[in-house]
Design a protein. Structure first.
Length: 385
């Protein structure tokens, strides 16, 4: 018997465009110690009374945005920011004159990764940005994209994701023409307030009914639909992807709302057949007998019982000396340039050749093509003398 808790959904609209939709998550069985989290969103910010126009070249003037959200840990929110083309040249979503929003100073910094959004690389969460440092581009319309001419307005849309730790987070953004120039800096930022939230309930899936959009775990039936939020580790996935992936034996973290109009949160943390491996490292000489210096790193994988023979992509991140734990935020992770292979298997470990002096974290991921997502296992920090 599941306990019922009603959660309100909040919607704000800026110039006819949906800016936010979320509902407070809760456990399927609430506990007295769990904090209640009620999300919301502030008022939209109207455009200025007048903006410059006809300036030669590429130029942009801020033209309003949707309100700042208050979220529960792990929740997502749609952001909308408008820019007026105050220059003399049009913007496209294609080559040469492609207009983007880029991350800016002071938080997280110019072209730096953010903790509230990204594409899953360089330590960022995957909230479907164009890149870890490019929250959005001019919306694609039809086969040939979009064109924003002089004196027209572009509505940039992107998704932010609340980090697990309560607090206030800011994302500063600035428009640019990729590969050409940054446009005007109006000090625009996106602010996300994260409240303490109910802890997720971790369950092991027993059976799935894809016709009814339900699965059972611990004798409880959970229903999911397109109003809900779905994650695959740190990757945001769609309802269709979740429905195709979830299977018996998967481990899922759930913030559940029995009301169909509310938003439940389902996060697959261990996927049968694609679960992350246990990662260990060894420093040695793997170049061959003609080389004596031990400056190579061998990465070994211990597979979960649910899979055998998986190929694991490997990435490396430089970290400060004294780092004690490797996590997704330790980054930026990237493919090691010293290796001639992208990963390895239990039978064929990964070798990272000629690693420079320093301290590093490694991670190895099993990629699920259906989810377009990778579940990573992390090593302990490694220091090359």
């Amino acid at each position: 018997m599941r306990h019922l808790r009603i959660a309100a959904a909040t919607l704000i609209v800026v110039a006819g465009m949906a800016a936010f939709s979320a509902a407070a998550p809760s456990g399927a069985v609430p506990t007295a110690s769990a904090a209640t989290c009620t999300p919301g969103v502030g008022p939209s910010i109207a455009p200025p009374a007048s903006v410059p126009s006809g300036i030669p070249g590429f130029h942009a003037a801020w033209y309003g945005q949707s309100g700042y959200p208050t979220l529960c840990p792990g929740q997502i929110s749609r952001a909308v920011v408008a820019y007026y083309n105050s220059g003399s040249i049009g913007w496209y979503s294609g080559f040469d004159t492609a207009a983007f929003l880029g991350t800016w100073n002071p938080e997280p910094g110019q072209d730096r990764a953010s903790v509230i959004g990204g594409d899953g690389t360089h330590g960022s969460p995957n909230s479907r940005w164009n890149a870890y440092n490019r929250p959005a581009t001019v919306p694609l319309i039809g086969r040939y994209g979009a064109y924003v001419g002089p004196n027209q307005v572009a509505w940039f849309q992107f998704t932010v994701k609340a980090p697990p730790t309560p607090g206030t987070y800011r994302l500063y953004i600035r428009p640019l023409i990729e590969g050409v120039q940054w446009m005007e800096d109006y000090g625009v930022y996106w602010q996300v307030a994260v409240l303490p939230g109910d802890p997720a309930r971790r369950v092991t899936v027993e059976s799935v009914d894809r016709t009814a959009d339900t699965f059972t775990a611990g004798g409880v039936t959970y229903r999911f639909d397109q109003n809900d939020q779905f994650d695959y580790g740190d990757w945001l996935i769609s309802y269709d992807q979740f429905k195709a992936i979830v299977s018996a034996g998967d481990i899922v973290d759930i913030n559940y709302e029995p009301v169909t109009s509310a938003m439940s949160h389902f996060n697959i943390v261990a996927d049968v057949g694609y679960a992350p491996p246990t990662v260990t490292w060894t420093i040695g000489n793997y170049d061959g007998p003609g080389v004596t210096i031990k400056n190579d790193v061998r990465i070994d994988f211990a597979e979960p019982a649910s899979q055998r023979g998986q190929f694991y992509a490997v990435e490396r991140a430089p970290v400060p000396a004294g780092t004690t734990t490797c996590t997704i935020t330790t980054g930026p992770y990237a493919n090691p340039t010293g290796s001639n292979q992208g990963g390895g298997t239990v039978a064929e470990p990964f070798i990272d050749y000629d690693v420079p002096s320093g301290t590093y974290c490694y991670r190895a991921g099993a990629h699920n093509q259906t989810a377009s997502a990778t579940a990573f296992g992390y090593s302990t920090p490694m220091t090359m003398p």
